[in-house]
Design a binder for this molecule. Structure first.
Ligand SMILES: NC(=O)c1ccc[n+]([C@@H]2O[C@H](COP(=O)([O-])OP(=O)(O)OC[C@H]3O[C@@H](n4cnc5c(N)ncnc54)[C@H](OP(=O)(O)O)[C@@H]3O)[C@@H](O)[C@H]2O)c1
Length: 351
């Protein structure tokens, strides 16, 4: 365990240097790993485990053939490494519960009925456990309940593994029946390809995650981009100019500098005109959005956000409705302008 100073606050993290794959293999040598769900996180974690040399089986319902077939395409074989959910739980000792959060609520009676003493029930989100009043996911006392939450999409879990970089994950123990819950969580965290793991609790994980994705990572990001794009359009700027000044310059240039060396470094490497303006306006924007973030966090803690998610995602026509909403975004002038701008990138023109 390494002690790392995060801006003056010392935290303990586990990296793949002090917790190598060989140690994870030793800890997990008698485990049978069952990954339930083959949506986004399922394939990322399952294929990384398999490529790291861990025998993995998939549990996926067959009635919805899309994900079942996707698992077959990725090399999992029915009756050998691909099973209905119930059968996979029976065969596994570590159950990676990677159905959608609404799916976890729906499938819980089946999963619960097939858990065995000493199994590890693993989540990548604190949602089902923390909001148990809504989800009814209450594990039996005789299993370990652990979490490893990759801080990125399942697609990045896989892509980062393939390019050798790994993704950061948080880990937590909710229930330690065997006395080995923590080492099982850490070993699985390393086995799925985490570059490093930092400790959290189920509660802290779900509160920060729900806030982050509704906030800066996705909701706020899309909202502020639209606000600026619309303003520029209303004031007579062309779509290409409005899009370039709002999205393209951010994703193609500035955010890469932030990723490399931080916001101050990006500021330091812009024009003095841009620096002055950004430093002056940063505070105004922070002040404007702070009350919205307060409201968001309170709603997350009160369980209002999870209630909406469970209601919406459990509806039988959820996927059609989602597709309609995404289609509206895709067909808006702003994101159509985006497609045109992306097609103009030299690397895309050469295709
Ligand atoms: N997406 C991410 O990148 C990400 C990142 C970090 C953590 N997580 C967490 O990882 C977990 C999995 O998320 P995900 O995004 O990978 O989920 P997802 O893509 O939405 O998962 C869909 C999976 O759940 C199954 N499913 C849905 N409803 C079901 C039901 N009623 N009965 C049985 N199976 C059902 C789907 O199979 P069918 O085709 O049969 O419906 C599919 O296998 C969640 O806890 C999530 O919060 C996700």
């Amino acid at each position: 365990m390494a002690k790392i100073d995060f801006g003056g606050v010392v935290e303990e993290v586990i990296t793949s240097d002090e917790f190598p794959l060989s140690k994870a293999k030793e800890i997990l040598k008698n485990e049978k790993i069952a990954v339930l769900g083959y949506g986004v996180q399922g394939p990322g974690q399952a294929m990384n485990l398999r490529d790291n040399g861990f025998p993995v089986i998939i549990g996926q319902r067959k009635e919805e053939p899309a994900y079942w077939n996707k698992a077959i395409k990725d090399g999992f074989e029915p009756e050998k490494t691909l099973f209905p959910i119930e059968e996979a739980v029976k065969r596994g000792t570590m159950i990676l519960y990677l159905l959608s959060d609404a799916g976890q609520m729906a499938a819980w009676p089946t999963v619960k009925a097939n858990l065995k003493e000493g199994d590890a029930l693993y989540f990548s989100h604190g949602f089902s456990i923390v909001y148990k009043d809504q989800t009814k996911v209450v594990p039996p006392k005789n299993v370990d309940v652990i979490l490893v939450a990759p801080k990125g999409s399942g697609r990045s879990v896989r892509a980062n593994f393939l390019d050798g970089s790994g993704i950061n994950s948080s880990y937590a123990v909710f229930q330690d029946y065997t006395g080995r819950a923590k080492e099982r969580a850490l070993a699985l965290g390393i086995a799925i390809g985490s570059g490093y793991l930092f400790p959290t609790t189920f509660e802290k994980e779900v509160h920060s995650d729900l806030t982050g994705e509704r906030g800066v990572l996705m909701g706020c990001l899309a909202g502020v981009m639209e606000a600026q794009y619309d303003l520029l359009r209303r004031r007579g700027h062309s779509p290409s100019e409005a899009f370039n000044e709002t999205v393209e310059e951010l994703t193609q240039s500035l955010i890469r500098l932030v990723a490399e060396n931080g916001m101050d470094w990006m500021y330091a490497n812009c024009s003095t005109t841009a620096q002055r303006g950004a430093l002056d306006w940063k505070g105004k924007f922070k002040e404007a959005v702070s009350p919205v973030f307060e409201e968001l966090y309170d709603r997350v803690v009160r369980g209002e956000e999870t209630r909406i998610v469970l209601e919406a995602n459990s509806a039988p026509d959820y996927r059609e409705r989602l597709e309609k909403e995404l289609d509206e975004m895709r067909n808006s002038e702003m994101w159509k302008a985006g497609a045109a701008v992306r097609a103009l990138r030299p690397e895309n023109r050469q295709k």
